[in-house]
Design a protein around this ligand. Structure first.
Ligand SMILES: [Zn+2]
Length: 238
């Protein structure tokens, strides 16, 4: 009797181990829902990538979020490597989270987030890694309305290490003020955010041959976008 029980337990254990093994094999082989596999990413055009970001934002606006199997995605990426379709340079603002606003879960986006979505040499290096080594199809500089960093630059606040960051936004303040004297303050600050997005794009083009060449070869697109924190809508500048 004891031998029979022990044998039964061993069989159950063996079956459990086999099930675990084949589950891992399944997770690592089958492309998870809503994840761009390396093959799919490779075949995507820049316009299709932008379209995927727009559709994701529509899911957010509709409250129609997709269900991601994060464990499956983790296992699949362990086996096949990551293949995000886009680099998003966004602000650190807690409301401006690209993966959620564009309904992309994990594995689909590189997100570089820093106050005022400014680009420095390290951010530029990260963008180049995404473009050159991973093959993203689009780089998006995403600012947002009601940005604290943009507002601080507009108001001329400078303290500590923030000063050198805000100095990167100051040219946008000067341009927006000069070109839009009729706007009231809140509208003007939004205009500064837009000018700042455009300035970061100019900076990237001026300082990265890798990005510039990829744009010229039509391998990627570099675009701006503005996230409205009141509505959640992202206006892609295309
Ligand atoms: Zn911000």
């Amino acid at each position: 009797m004891v031998t029979l029980v022990i044998s039964l337990c061993l069989v159950i254990l063996l079956l459990a181990l086999l099930a675990l093994h084949y589950r891992k094999l399944f997770l690592r082989t089958v492309v998870p829902a809503h994840l761009f596999s390396p093959e799919q990413q490779k075949n995507l055009t820049p316009d299709q990538a932008i379209d995927a970001l727009k559709k994701g934002n529509q899911h957010f606006l509709d409250g129609d979020f997709r269900s991601f199997d994060y464990l499956h995605i983790k296992e699949y990426i362990l086996e096949h490597g990551q293949s995000p379709i886009a680099v998003i340079v966004g602000c650190m603002d807690s409301r401006s989270v690209p993966e959620i606003l564009m309904d992309k879960g994990i594995g689909n986006l590189f997100a570089i987030r820093i106050a005022g979505n400014v680009v420095d040499k390290d951010a530029l290096a990260s963008i180049e890694y995404g473009v050159k080594s991973i093959g993203v199809k689009v780089v998006v500089i995403m600012g947002h309305t009601g940005c604290g960093a943009v507002t601080a630059a507009y108001q001329g606040k400078h303290y500590g290490n923030l000063e050198q960051l805000l100095n990167k936004i100051t040219p946008a303040v000067l341009t927006a003020k000069a070109q839009n004297p009729e706007l009231e303050e809140s509208e003007l600050i939004t205009q500064v955010a837009i000018e700042n997005i455009n300035n970061q794009i100019i900076y990237i083009k001026q300082h990265s041959d890798i990005v510039k060449n990829a744009i010229e070869k039509q391998e990627i697109k570099l675009i701006g976008a503005l996230h409205d924190v009141k509505t959640g809508k992202i206006d892609f500048f295309t």
